[in-house]
Design a protein around this ligand. Structure first.
Ligand code: MG
Length: 95
């Protein structure tokens, strides 16, 4: 059993889903410090990004949605690419 599934089994769905929220808020806080207070906190941003990615992996196992998320991401990225193409066509490419 992989570590993500093991964590869900050992600590339970509710605790782990609350941990998703906690880690997202920690990352939010570091991003805000970086932008609003010009804090040199890239090390903290790295740490919190890793924490969020670990918890998002557990969330995908928890709800059994990994494949659906992948499918939606592909669709979404195509839409973003289309919007970028349109923007660059209108305003010119960003160097
Ligand atoms: Mg954290």
């Amino acid at each position: 059993m992989n570590i993500y599934k093991r964590a869900l089994k050992v600590w339970g769905k509710d605790a782990q889903m609350l941990q998703v929220i906690e880690e997202m808020s920690e990352l939010t806080k570091e991003i805000l410090k970086n932008i609003n207070r010009k804090k040199d906190n890239v090390a903290e941003i790295i740490e919190e990004t890793a924490d969020v990615e670990i918890m998002l992996q557990q969330l995908k196992y928890c709800y059994d949605i990994a494949e659906d998320v992948e499918d939606y991401k592909k669709e979404k990225l195509q839409k973003i690419e289309k919007r970028l193409d349109e923007w660059e066509e209108k305003h010119g490419a960003v160097a």
